[in-house]
Design a protein around this ligand. Structure first.
Ligand code: ADP
Ligand code: MG
Length: 612
């Protein structure tokens, strides 16, 4: 028989440390969070040897009273909550009261502090080390605020020490923690030094421009240049921040920062909503980049889910999912080619060839662009230009005259008219690309990709307007499901019906599908319904039907769109450019590839070493 022992304090702390102190970066995270909770506006983080030798976080926060210094190091001691109600609406980053106790049980810790309420003292310090975690308190001069110094992490737990990686790897992780927290509080100054060399110096950012600069420091300038800002507020929820243009996608999900009330989190529901929002515009297998802030009533989100507090639980997860999805979906749909170009407002000086006035988009309907998918057919008439050899000289002359009429006046007339963002077509390259010029440079459009997206968006609109057509199945499909799925199918009959699916529950664990959207009648009905039910169970809504339909439409659009080697006339090319400007998501084709690229005159000059 083994007897039951009460664990000694140190061992208990070391066990708790297993959860929160995994590596140097976790120590930095806890110390920085404490500083932020203390209202600090300035944090200086010194690290030596990847944190294994020394980590020091100094702040100018509210400090700790002399009489609380010792308590701060004990477990379950916190100033942030005192009763159950507090736990239900947590505004601070910490609340478990175990970080300092855990850290001090596996390192040599020294904490200096001077509280703002103790004007007469000049500061105190406490050190913790040794078998029984005995602490020593003595006077020590310190400006208002707190410095916590952690040396020799895991010196007494060699098994853990073995899991540490190289100095460089550990420091990279620390750097990542600092960056994450720096993005969570723009108003705070952060300084990070490694081996006495300055790594980051981020001054408090107040204006939008300064905030953007900090985002650029953390995520790289390319992210800022290739992102759009969002700020949406609805039903007590606010989402703001930066999201990458779909064409600036990444092979890894490494540039993703999501904050809930100032706390960074990784959450399945959030990730899913964002992924859904990018579904239609992202190249297969790529990941979006974002820095996003969700603000909501703290009482509607539970942060006490995991010791490291990386996970949260939303009270109304369906509401949050829908809000995130719709806010981002809309933001991405609204990205226009103009947003993807450097500042384009008030560009004047160039005008479109011909006189048909491209300001009025309606004028384009004559070109057949409005009745997708088989538009640009008039392009075939242009094939005469390429059919080369057999044309007679007279024909060539008239064609050339026609061409020059289209292209020449552009430089001359209407000096004051505005040039649209994608400019005016000047030529077609190898039957594949449209070359166009706007005020500042050259635009190259992949005409198939662009037309494909335009056609696709129109088909989607058309099917949305129609209401989903349902098609009764000749042979109803019966599916064996779990009881939870059958319950869900029964309760969500209306939601399913809105998606175009008619389901009947025939037994505890069996359902029958009688109708599906007509577009999807040939798909694998069983798989589709299973997926939809699992979406409904997990996220409360399903985008799957939409996704499947879109996929079909996308294929149809692809086949119905202008192919390479089709010659377009200049007005047709211009019409395509104008359509791109007003079509949602037109910066990417249906597969997420870019539809156009842009080279400014400056960039071209550089290529030719002009002015150097
Ligand atoms: P928690 O943050 O969950 O409260 P900690 O163990 O991290 O637990 O810290 C214990 C307490 O010590 C905090 O509640 C706070 O009162 C105090 N404290 C820790 N660090 C600081 C700091 N940098 N400035 C002011 N008070 C601090
Ligand atoms: Mg803490």
């Amino acid at each position: 028989m083994h007897r039951i022992n009460l664990l000694n304090q140190r061992l208990a702390n070391q066990i708790a440390a297993g959860e929160v102190v995994e590596r140097p970066a976790s120590v930095i995270k806890e110390l920085m969070e404490n500083s932020l909770d203390a209202g600090a506006t300035q944090l200086t983080i010194d690290v030596e040897q990847g944190g294994t030798k020394l980590m020091r976080v100094r702040d100018n926060g509210s400090g700790i009273l002399k009489d609380d210094m010792e308590l701060a190091l004990s477990r379950h001691a916190t100033s942030k909550i005192s009763e159950l109600q507090d736990l239900e609406a947590i505004g601070s980053l910490g609340f478990r009261g175990e970080a300092l106790a855990s850290i001090s049980s596996v390192s040599r810790l020294r904490m200096q502090s001077k509280a703002e309420d103790e004007a007469d003292s000049s500061g105190w310090q406490i050190q913790a080390e040794g078998q029984d975690m005995a602490t020593r308190l003595e006077p020590s001069a310190h400006p208002q605020g707190t410095t916590v110094e952690v040396r020799d992490l895991f010196f007494n737990t060699p098994a853990r020490k073995k899991f540490l990686k190289t100095e460089k790897t550990e420091f990279t992780r620390i750097d990542e923690v600092v960056k994450r927290l720096a993005l969570s509080r723009f108003s705070v100054e952060f300084n990070l030094n490694h081996n006495q060399r300055a790594v980051h110096k981020m001054l408090a950012a107040k204006s939008d421009h300064e905030k953007q600069r900090r985002v650029g420091l953390v995520c790289g300038p390319a992210f800022v240049e290739n992102s759009v800002t969002v700020d949406v507020e609805r039903a007590g929820l606010r989402l703001w921040g930066w999201v990458s243009l779909p064409t600036f996608s990444r092979s890894q999900a490494d540039l993703q920062y999501f904050y809930v009330n100032g706390r960074i989190i990784r959450d399945k529901l959030v990730a899913h909503a964002i992924k859904q929002a990018y579904r239609d515009v992202l190249f297969h297998g790529r990941h979006p980049a974002y820095v996003l802030y969700l603000e909501l009533d703290p009482a509607t989100v539970d942060v006490n889910v995991h010791p490291t507090k990386h996970e949260v639980r939303f009270r109304d997860s369906r509401l949050v999912h829908d809000f995130l999805f719709s806010a981002l979906h809309k933001a991405l749909a609204e990205v226009s080619p103009a947003d993807q170009l450097p500042d384009q407002q008030a560009v004047v000086g160039l005008t479109q060839p011909g006189t048909s006035g491209f300001g009025e988009i309606e004028g384009q309907s004559s070109l057949g662009l409005r009745d997708a998918p088989a538009s640009y057919q008039s392009a075939d008439s242009g094939a005469a230009y390429s059919s080369g050899q057999s044309v007679n000289p007279e024909q060539v002359r008239t064609q050339l005259a026609a061409l020059s009429q289209l292209t020449q006046p552009s430089q001359l007339q209407q000096e004051d008219a505005e040039v649209p963002p994608l400019g005016y077509a000047i030529a077609q390259l190898h039957g594949i690309y449209i070359l166009a010029q706007n005020k500042e440079g050259l635009i190259i459009v992949d005409m198939h990709a662009a037309h494909e997206r335009i056609t696709y968006e129109r088909m989607k609109l058309a099917t949305q307007e129609e209401e989903i057509k349902m098609q009764p199945l000749l042979v109803p499909v019966s599916i064996a499901v779990s009881q939870a799925e059958a319950d869900c199918a029964e309760q969500q009959q209306q939601a399913l019906h809105d998606l175009g699916i008619a389901i009947e529950r025939v037994a505890e664990e069996s359902i029958v599908v009688r109708q599906v959207p007509s577009l999807l009648k040939d798909s694998n009905v069983e798989q589709l319904v299973r997926d939809v039910l699992s979406d409904l169970l997990e996220y409360g809504s399903s985008e799957r039907i939409q996704a499947h339909q879109d996929e079909l439409l996308s294929t149809m659009a692809c086949h119905g769109s202008v192919r390479a080697n089709r010659h377009l006339t200049i007005p047709e090319m211009n019409a395509l450019l104008r359509d791109m400007e007003v079509t949602e998501r037109s910066g990417q084709c249906n597969h997420g590839r870019p539809t156009f690229i842009y080279q400014s005159l400056d960039e071209l000059d550089k290529l030719f070493l002009r002015g150097q």
